[in-house]
Ligand binder design. Structure first.
Ligand code: ADP
Length: 472
């Protein structure tokens, strides 16, 4: 089977979060199952672009509203990622350093989608499935069916994976003119609450829709940033498939980013060395449990609660743990986390940046990882942490609920709490501090977590079953 993935991100080409990890791993695992998986994404100006060789495979042009745009599709020459990687270059629109957060993101991602569909319309054969990811690519199933120039693509099955339903790509109706000539009788497919809503449109038009965990799909039927009724109405074609993790990237035995490689057999020693390196760098005392947070500093992740919760937990436990934060996001949250730095010298450090290497070192060296998320479609951090013997401390929501069992329950290994509140976080930190004192229990939990198989193998197979169910 030939699958074309369309995405805004793909690790290691360009990454802002979990979407990149999924699109960098799933195609690789699909290839190893004997299928042909290809990825097409925007040509962001990242190191990967400059450090690799490319060939031009297609050139084309299209009109978007009043703009006439030329585009080029380039292909990475050596199959470095284990699958064919294509990037779309649209001069002045896509060749930028950041992936998102430009004022003209609507124009950028609409143009990207038109270029991909235009290119696809010129293929001599058709892929068996077009698999689009999140709102940045969710207009493609509509265009393939209802833009007059692309009607010959309408029989290709489409799948939409929702990695995050909070962001929907809303745009005013005045921008509907950006789309290539389309059947205006179908305007209702583009519309949601009087705006063009690409994510809603994708849910309506794709043959199958899935979220990245079963728990998140259920939650969306109750709370989906305005799309609840749509998820209920379309529930017949909606499923949840849990993300896996890429074992060739996230393996403490081979990870080149970490100081000392280790396996479940020598985890005490290996984690000890990695923890020592982190603690020495930060001036922390090794004897205390090291609790970390890695992620986008946004409301969804409940990062706004961290500064207060950590301060209170330090007070309540008598400074019985150390804490390190790595992330960037909302300025107010960043400032709050920086502000408490002087109050807890020797116990607390916040690093406001995106740093892939440091994140690996933290997963390897920490004792606990805190994830108090208000919304967590799947969450990869807890799975990476477990693979590195780091105990997840998570709010029971979305994918966190699907992947972490509290250590108080049978065969449990994590610490779970109910509410994204300062009180619940503080209480969970005190539980972590207590658990850390029981070295036998901690060791047993670490071994149990490291032996859990969260690899992509199982989930990659589930996607193939999903494609099979719509293969026309
Ligand atoms: P989301 O996609 O909602 O941000 P996920 O848990 O699905 O959350 O994926 C987050 C990914 O991004 C993980 O690979 C995590 O290690 C990484 N990550 C997030 N913030 C940072 C950061 N500041 N530095 C390095 N890696 C980060």
């Amino acid at each position: 089977m030939e699958i074309l993935h369309v995405s805004a991100e793909c690790y290691p080409v360009a990454k802002a979060g979990g979407l990149a990890d999924v699109v960098g791993a799933l195609p690789k695992y699909q290839q190893s199952l004997g299928h042909t998986a290809k990825v097409v994404m925007p040509m962001h100006r990242t190191k990967f672009l400059y450090n690799n060789e490319w060939e031009v495979v297609h050139k084309g042009s299209f009109r978007m509203g009043e703009m006439y745009l030329d585009f080029t599709i380039i292909k990475e020459k050596t199959n470095k990622l284990g699958f064919d990687l294509y990037c779309v270059d649209i001069y002045g629109l896509l060749d930028r350093e950041r992936i998102y957060s430009y004022d003209d993101d609507t124009e950028r991602f609409t143009a990207f989608q038109i270029a991909v569909t235009e290119w696809l319309s010129k293929w001599e054969h058709h892929p068996n499935v077009v698999h689009v990811h999140d709102h940045h690519t969710a207009l493609i199933p509509f265009m393939m069916q209802y833009c007059f120039g692309y009607r010959h693509l309408s029989r290709i099955p489409t799948v939409l994976t929702i990695h995050n339903a909070q962001y929907q790509g809303w745009m005013g109706w005045d921008k509907a003119t950006y789309l290539p000539a389309w059947d205006t009788w179908r305007w209702g497919l583009l519309d949601w609450s009087n705006t063009v809503n690409p994510l809603a449109c994708g849910i309506k038009c794709a043959d199958k829709v899935n979220t990245v965990s079963p728990g998140y799909m259920e939650e969306l039927k109750r709370e989906a940033n305005g799309l609840e009724s749509l998820f209920n109405f379309e529930s017949g074609k909606c499923t949840g498939i849990l993300n896996g993790i890429d074992y060739s990237v996230w393996d403490p035995a081979t990870d080149t980013y970490i100081l000392d490689n280790f396996t479940v057999k020598d985890l005490k020693h290996g984690k000890g060395l990695n923890k020592k390196k982190l603690c020495d760098d930060l001036g922390f005392d090794m004897q205390y449990p090291l609790i970390i947070f890695i992620g986008r500093l946004v409301h969804e992740k409940a990062a706004d609660l961290l500064a207060e919760a950590i301060s209170k937990a330090f007070e309540q436990t008598g400074h019985a743990f150390s804490c390190m934060i790595l992330g960037s996001g909302e300025k107010e949250v960043e400032n709050g986390l920086q502000r408490i730095q002087n109050d807890f010298i020797g116990y607390y450090h916040s690093q406001i940046e995106y740093n892939e290497k440091l994140s690996h070192q933290m997963y390897a060296g920490a004792d606990f990882i805190l994830m108090p998320s208000r919304v967590e479609p799947c969450g990869l951090n807890q799975m990476y942490a477990m693979r590195y013997g780091t105990v997840p401390v998570v709010r029971r929501t979305g994918g966190l609920k699907d992947t972490v069992i509290d250590f108080g329950e049978e065969n449990g290994y994590g610490i779970c709490f109910e509410k994204a509140s300062v009180e619940d976080i503080v209480y969970s930190i005190t539980r972590a501090v207590e658990l850390y004192k029981d070295k036998t229990k901690l060791d047993e939990i670490r071994q149990r977590m490291m032996n859990i198989n969260n690899s992509w193998e199982t989930s990659a197979g589930k996607y193939i079953e999903l494609y099979d169910s719509i293969y026309k």
